[in-house]
Design a protein around this ligand. Sequence first.
Ligand code: KG4
Ligand code: ZN
Length: 335
Amino acid sequence: MNDVYILAVESSCDDTSIAIVKNGCECISLSISSQIDVHNMYGGVVPELASRMHCENILYVLEDCLKKCNITIKNINAIAVTYKPGLLGSLLVGLEFAKTLAFIYNKPLIGVNHLIGHIYANNLEDKLQFPLLALVVSGGHTEISIMHDNYHFELLGSTLDDAIGESFDKVARVLGYPYPGGPSIEKAALIGKNTYNLPRPVNDETYNFSYSGLKSQVINIVNNAKQKNIEINKEDLACSFQTVAIDEIVRKVELALKNTNIKRLALAGGVSANKYLKNNLQILCDKYGAKLYKPSIIYCTDNAAMIGAAAYPLYLNNDFKDLTLDANSNADLVA
Ligand code: KG4
Ligand code: ZN
């Protein structure tokens, strides 16, 4: 079979990204334009600004992506795009851009679920074998599922309220660290100690998660200290929060490994950049004789290469969309 080159577009949140991926597993070129500096001034992503900046940047991102390789759009087999979930305005920019490319160059259009993209990011480095447990931990989602085969998911559980990444971002904000909060908390936690006694979320045997209570507890500690003029040890609080937040993920993954007897775990989403999480999952996988798939940092956070990787099985199935494809801001792995 001839090689398949997919040009993928990702704009679901605050990164504008375009990539060219060969056969779903080799990233030929990747360009990412981050908007972090702008959103940082507001302490989080401002949706209106995000859409505006995607509009301003997307053509330059395409130009940069094509410049970095010797492939022209004419040699591309299909155009893939994230169409759910994410910020509606942001999704629409990438979607309309991808549709325009597909129309002008007469290429098939492939719609990709952003969360599934995060899981397939692993394929760029190590081919996923099935069945596996997929753990998606990002700014918008926290869910664990069984992946029986390509695009065959069985959801085991998800967060009942906040996503884990969202709680990192909110805790970082109250502690005065910049957006996105995950990397700031991780850095502070390295210096700090687990001294604050924070409650363990959803202390049960389901696969569900909850981060709203934990986040509120940290916010209360900070606010009470301010009122009483007591000094907070920010590094210790960051470390205590990270320990509880991540340990809960690890505990639920252990439950899933034990109950399903599945011997593979694929880590996905922005929070998978966290070394405390990766190290503890590695220890857990070693204990259960399971293989851990973990993307390198560049493929952990939002990028278009993962969308190109996730589009490949759809391409092989001739699962193409027409130009009426619409964006959907709310979706999980299976809907
Ligand atoms: O997957 P992603 O780039 O965007 C979404 O699809 O949401 O994930 C972004 C999230 C943010 O909440 C960010 O704080 C978190 O991933 N994150 C981290 C780390 N790096 C990024 N969380 C914990 N530790 C990190 N090192
Ligand atoms: Zn993401």
